[in-house]
Ligand binder design. Structure first.
Ligand SMILES: Cc1cc2nc3c(=O)[nH]c(=O)nc-3n(C[C@H](O)[C@H](O)[C@H](O)COP(=O)(O)OP(=O)(O)OC[C@H]3O[C@@H](n4cnc5c(N)ncnc54)[C@H](O)[C@@H]3O)c2cc1C
Length: 442
């Protein structure tokens, strides 16, 4: 159970005072990362939006954001970031038993285990419910066979949120189960895929006769679609357990990354640097100002095409901001704007693409220079006199990602058309036919 020393705070000032008092008596830079996260996670400060029975404090999103920034300001390392905190913890808190929460959520909020998401397959991405990885029940466990792909962080994961088909004789949404799956077992082969960015952020995962105990079914057997929808809801909204931003990015959770036994204070120095880079990234995302300064600096400001792109970028960014304010205001009064989250995601894809184009237009031929090695990046930045170059080229190479993950642009448009505008759905019967009778390519 979550250890709570006091009653929950009632105002922002109370909340900050309670957190500061806790940090004063618990933060110690000479602890190991594991020991610090044990304290942070078991106190509920690592996952403030989760309920108290799931190692949280039942705080709202804005309150959780405040917690994150206060931990950062205090100079302590923040919560163990990753898909565990973002997706697995809230899903298990919603659909799991108390025993499962005490096992899996506890390991996530204290950073002991890192998680990945084993949803997409070569033949099932947008149509996720068409997945064909099999889970066959044998005695008190399931035997798993299949292939997953696009598995972000698969190389460092101890555990996976596995969706597998447990009944192919019923319509596709009704025969799926959500498992807490041990990645570190025979029969799990994780093969990193190198992207054009130069990084290998994802892997493909081949699963051959791997095992998962019945105790690791989250929700009910064949009712995994409900749990999957919770996971996807958190993914689309980019929410999660409300983990604080104070130290995200550098100390990695889990047994494979090798950070748990290191001195936590050493990560805080680096965290400060990350936050500085993070702010630079935010400036790039807000974009207009930095691009305007760059364009003014290198003379491209006089190019009418670039001026027009800059104006467009500013307009789209402002529209995004207004939409987000409108969404917040409507939700805080208990209302909803159908399709607004899908519209926000589409707009983000547009902004990222336009940022890529305007950035590349401004830096010109220098945009062909790219490296992921931090030392070489410094050399490049110095040689070109543009400290933002590496960031601009890196963002350009990652620009296709937002229009794919969390539902592609086309899928967002389908949802807006069908659910928000009430347009007729495409004629189909694959959601009512038994899965094993639906024609599939292969
Ligand atoms: C950065 C990144 C990280 C990711 N991380 C993970 C992860 O950790 N775990 C995981 O499980 N997955 C992950 N994914 C995978 C992601 O969820 C899928 O790529 C996504 O759901 C799309 O599926 P797909 O790639 O199979 O494309 P497909 O579904 O095959 O789509 C191919 C094309 O067809 C279009 N299309 C498909 N269906 C329709 C339709 N009905 N109407 C109109 N157009 C359609 C799509 O828009 C797309 O252009 C990640 C993806 C990215 C980019």
């Amino acid at each position: 159970m979550a250890i709570r020393s006091q009653e929950p705070a009632t105002t922002s000032d109370d909340l900050v005072a309670e957190l500061r008092a806790w940090l004063e008596s618990n933060w110690d830079p000479d602890l190991t990362v594991a020991d610090w996260w044990e304290r942070l996670g078991s106190s509920g400060w690592a996952s403030p939006t989760l309920p108290a029975n799931a190692y949280g404090r039942g705080l709202s999103r804005p309150e959780a954001a405040l917690v994150g920034s206060e931990i950062g300001k205090f100079g302590a390392l923040g919560a163990p970031a990753g898909l565990g905190l973002l997706l697995a913890a809230p899903t298990i808190a919603t659909h799991g038993t108390q025993e499962q929460i005490d096992l899996y959520v506890r390991e996530i909020v204290t950073g002991k285990k890192a998680w990945c998401q084993l949803f997409s397959e070569p033949g099932a991405g947008s149509d996720l419910a068409g997945l064909s990885t099999k889970a066959v029940e044998v005695d008190d466990e399931f035997i798993i066979n299949g292939q997953k792909v696009w598995t972000s962080g698969g190389q460092n994961a101890d555990m996976g949120m596995l969706l597998a088909r447990t009944d192919p004789t019923v319509p596709k949404h009704q025969g799926i189960t959500w498992f807490a799956f041990n990645m570190l077992q025979p029969g799990v082969d994780v093969r990193p895929l190198r992207e054009m960015s130069g990084h290998a952020l994802f892997s493909e995962v081949f699963i051959s006769d791997a095992r998962v105990s019945k105790d690791a079914v989250i929700g009910e057997v064949n009712n995994g679609w409900a749990a999957a929808n919770t996971t996807l809801m958190y993914e689309r909204a980019g929410l999660g357990a409300g983990g604080s931003g104070g130290g995200f990015g550098l100390a990695l959770p889990g047994t494979k990354a090798g950070h748990l036994e290191r001195r936590v204070g050493d990560f805080v120095v680096k965290v400060d640097q990350t936050q500085r880079r993070g702010r630079a990234r935010q400036a790039r995302a807000a974009a207009s100002n930095m691009y305007v300064a760059l364009a003014k600096g290198n003379g491209t400001w006089d190019d009418p095409n670039i001026r027009q792109q800059l104006a467009q970028l500013h307009i789209l960014t402002e529209i995004g901001r207004f939409n987000s304010e409108r969404m917040k205001a409507t939700r805080s009064s208990g209302g909803d704007i159908p399709g607004i989250a899908n519209i926000a995601k589409l707009l983000m894809s547009d902004i990222v693409r336009l940022s890529r184009d305007v950035g590349m237009s401004i830096v010109g031929a220098q945009g062909m220079l790219q490296t992921i090695d931090p030392e070489k990046q410094k050399v490049l930045d110095e040689a070109t006199g543009n400290p933002f170059l590496s960031g601009i080229t890196a963002s350009a190479l990652m620009s296709p990602a937002p229009s794919i993950y969390g539902g592609t642009d086309q899928v967002q448009r389908n949802i807006i058309g069908e659910r928000a505008l009430g347009l007729p759905k495409e004629p189909r019967d694959d959601h009512i036919k038994p899965f094993n009778e639906v024609a599939r390519g292969k």
